[in-house]
Design a binder for this molecule. Sequence first.
Ligand code: COA
Length: 181
Amino acid sequence: MSITLTEVTLSDQVEQSLSRLAERFRNVYPFYDEWCKEVYLDIQNGSRSLYDIQLANDAIGLLLINKSKKSIIKINTIYVYPPYQHMGFGSQAINIFLDKFAGNAEFIFIQCKEENIAANKLIKATGFVFIGFLHHTIEQARDNLIFVKIKKENVSLDSAIAAANQVYSLSGRKKFLPTKL
Ligand SMILES: CC(C)(COP(=O)(O)OP(=O)(O)OC[C@H]1O[C@@H](n2cnc3c(N)ncnc32)[C@H](O)[C@@H]1OP(=O)(O)O)[C@@H](O)C(=O)NCCC(=O)NCCS
């Protein structure tokens, strides 16, 4: 069974998909509902994109990405709805995204919690490399793992780490901690 990725642009569909995301993640991240409101505006202004993962005509999950820098894409999250999990669709969606939608990006970043076994497996199975941690406060160090996929040839892991430092530490709310330190 193969899936397709379709960009969601209509306001009510964006709202519907974001509310499914918030439902899934608000227990993990208490700020998630507020964050989704910011994400909604970012989708309207084009700095983030939301894709439905579709199987025939059914939406079975979604992929949210941040493309605020031309050479860097952050996959904010991938969510395959529970009845469809563990059937290979998450990996297929990431691979389709990398092949068809990542354009000229040099680096694609993705993050997940250390204890999220399914996400860790999916990320490694699709060829991402672990490069460091992201934490909101010092107590939460090691909370989120950051992985990168380098799309262009002859680009070093060091430049990926420098790029991660740039995109993840920008807001001042978070700190990126490379594994090399
Ligand atoms: C993480 C998630 C997207 C994976 O999607 P999926 O379609 O189930 O993943 P796949 O079927 O393509 O499997 C990918 C890998 O993960 C493994 N996997 C999937 N679900 C698993 C589970 N519940 N437990 C252990 N391993 C699991 C698969 O065996 C596969 O590993 P392999 O390639 O070594 O065999 C899905 O579990 C999900 O939506 N979780 C909730 C949201 C979330 O945590 N998103 C990640 C935030 S970045």
